[in-house]
Design a protein around this ligand. Structure first.
Ligand SMILES: [Zn+2]
Length: 344
């Protein structure tokens, strides 16, 4: 996937593109940041741009600048995409969950030689924090004496746990979480339908790796339940009816015969959805950047929740947090739902 198709991370992509064009890309890089936001994809896009046979200048999707980019279709690009290019190596932990010294020995030995057929050898070490300390030490010498023929990219969601000596040899690029709109775009591109994509995006906390697509139906339902309950809460001061509404919208019916763990999970995902709506209401009230809404597809409904802006919203958000803590501590779901009805 060339740079232009990467979703989000525009500043980092532009920076990489420029440094490749000017041949100033550092020989050792760490791509740090949360799991599942596309760090490895960006590393592969850089490998393509470094080795593409038909480089082009592309209009950047978000700015009026021209970016140096891979074509995505030449022999080099397709082989990198399929993991078959002799000069682009991806190393990742095996079944044992660690990367042993053997796995890096080969790339260390080859680092000093010219690439076989490309312009640059690119070594991408995914989940680099799983490198066995011995392997990190073996790699260190190569990182300390870089050659112009190779680029090492260490990809990690826990970059701080790499040996300090390794960290200090690499330039660190920090990836941030994707906005909900970006997460939804990625999912829609993968074939997830719009409604599910937005539900997942709202509850994925900006990281695709953190969520499971097979739960999409459940997330759609959770978000609908949360929105219904908040709308009812906004118009019903009567405590008895609120308690009833909370039981209906937050709890599984007894007929579902769910285990206590399933009941807690059902409630927790609805509370998280409530939290994401409360946050959006606050964002709209504060006239914040609408692109950062967790539920951009439900923007019209947010108007009906205006009662939750300000102090009431803050209190409600704290109540949701406290309820989630209680669920993690195995509190009974009915007790938690009742309490939520009194607090939101
Ligand atoms: Zn190409």
């Amino acid at each position: 996937m060339p740079f232009r198709d990467v979703i989000g991370h525009r500043k980092l992509v532009a920076l990489l593109s420029r440094s490749i064009e000017r041949d100033t890309i550092p020989p050792s890089l760490i791509f740090a940041g949360p799991a599942g936001v596309g760090k490895r994809l960006v590393a592969l896009a850089a490998a393509q741009t470094l080795n593409c046979l038909d480089l082009r200048r592309q209009q950047s999707p978000t700015a009026d600048t021209l970016e140096y980019d891979a074509c995505g279709v030449c022999r080099a690009c397709t082989r990198i995409e399929r993991g078959l290019h002799p000069d682009v190596v991806v190393i990742e932990p095996g079944d044992t969950g660690v990367i042993k010294t053997d796995a890096v020995r080969d790339v260390i030995e080859r680092a000093g030689y010219r690439p076989f057929e490309g312009r640059k050898r690119v070594v991408i070490i995914d989940e680099a924090d799983t490198l066995w300390p011995n392997a990190q030490n073996a790699l260190l010498k190569t990182l300390e004496e870089p050659t112009s023929s190779s680029v090492f990219i260490l990809v990690s969601a826990r970059a701080d746990s790499l040996l300090l000596t390794v960290q200090s040899r690499c330039l660190r690029l920090r990836f941030h979480e994707l906005g909900p709109e970006d997460v939804a775009t990625v999912l829609i591109r993968r074939g997830v339908d719009d409604t599910k994509a937005h539900a997942i995006a709202a509850l994925a906390n900006g990281s695709l790796g953190a969520m499971e697509e097979e739960n999409a139906e459940e997330l759609v339902a959770a978000r609908d339940d949360a929105l219904r309950l908040l709308t009812r809460f906004a118009s019903t001061p009567d405590l008895g009816r609120r308690v009833e509404a909370a039981a209906e919208d937050l709890l599984l019916p007894a007929s579902a015969k769910a285990t206590p763990a399933e009941q807690r999970e059902h409630l927790a995902v609805r509370l998280r959805a409530i939290g994401s709506f409360l946050r959006d209401v606050e964002l709209v009230a504060a006239k914040g950047d609408r692109r950062t809404l967790a539920n951009p597809d439900k923007e019209e409904s947010l108007g009906r929740l205006a009662a939750f802006s300000g102090d009431r919203g803050i209190h409600a958000f704290e109540a949701v947090d406290a309820a989630l803590v209680a669920i993690r501590a195995n509190a009974g779901v009915k007790i938690v739902a009742d309490w939520v009805a009194t607090q939101i």
